[in-house]
Design a protein around this ligand. Structure first.
Ligand code: OAD
Length: 253
């Protein structure tokens, strides 16, 4: 086993003895080996083929709701057809063996961590399989908000009472992250002994800042990625490999 990998295995095993000792931040590379495209990989990344401002911003949705809705429908079908990989399973099994040790924070909008059995995963960028109203529901203050499950079919579906369109329940460019989720992620990063960053380019904030925050508070930070990332400079070690190739060995303790 390469020295840097052995060092990471040792650090993770030691952190497994402490409540909150470990924090893992995952990005699109985590699900790449399940067949879900990343965003920024050259050739295969979604943003090498599509304009994020057209497909992942409120302005883009308002400009062409049918196109954006259709694009998310295709991505949802891909997520539903995908299966968690050995990396997702390794994290979930480790958390079961060491209750209270691991906080899993993900930028991914798929549900592969959840289907692998991870519980209480902090989802920074929302859930692609959930919808919400584009405008705040006007009935939310007078009575309960209109039920998204009762929207009339369409591209996008619309509220039968208010004509409010549905939008995907993901965080788009220019939008705030769910405040509770980012606060919980920052607490976990700042309180852990080891932060492992898996499969992210480190190009999107505030998630990208968690590595530096953890390191400032004394955590040992390592990156799992076959390629260099924007936040390698924040890490003590860069493990060059894939999620499936490395996580089962890293989380074997
Ligand atoms: P990116 O597409 O920016 O980065 C994916 C990273 O995964 C790259 O650094 C790859 O080298 C790495 N990678 C590829 N295959 C891998 C594998 N098998 N194992 C490990 N790593 C691998 O994806 P994110 O960093 O997640 O926002 O992107 C951050 C956010 O930007 C996303 O959450 C998304 C996007 O716009 C929303 O959906 C709101």
């Amino acid at each position: 086993m390469p020295k840097v990998l052995a060092q990471a295995v040792e650090r993770i095993a030691a952190a497994a003895c402490e409540p909150g000792g470990l924090c893992v931040l995952t990005g699109a590379g985590m699900s790449a080996e399940s067949g879900i495209a990343t965003f920024r990989d050259a050739m295969t990344g979604l943003w090498s083929r599509f304009d994020p401002m057209e497909l992942a911003s409120e302005d883009g949705f308002r400009a062409d709701p049918a196109r954006v809705w259709g694009w998310y429908e295709e991505r949802r079908a891909g997520v539903r057809a995908a299966q968690p990989n050995a990396g997702h399973h390794a994290l979930a099994a480790f958390a079961r063996r060491h209750p209270g040790v691991l906080t899993l924070v993900t930028q991914n909008v798929d549900d592969l961590h959840q289907r692998a059995g991870s519980v209480d995963t902090i989802r920074l960028h929302g859930d692609i399989l959930c919808d919400r109203w584009l405008e705040p529901c006007q009935h939310a203050t007078q009575r309960s908000a209109c039920d998204v499950a009762r929207a009339l079919p369409g591209r996008p579906p619309r509220c039968a009472d208010c004509d409010n369109p549905l939008r995907p329940g993901v965080v788009w460019f220019g939008e705030m992250l769910p405040p509770d989720a980012i606060a919980a992620a920052e607490r976990a990063a700042e309180g852990c002994a080891v932060l492992l960053v898996v499969g992210t380019s480190g190009a999107v904030w505030p998630a990208a800042g968690l590595a530096a925050q953890a390191r400032r508070q004394g955590a040992w930070v390592a990156i799992v990625n076959p390629h260099p990332s924007d936040i390698d400079g924040q890490a003590h070690a860069a493990l060059r490999g894939t999620a499936v190739g490395l996580l089962p060995a890293l989380f074997a303790s």
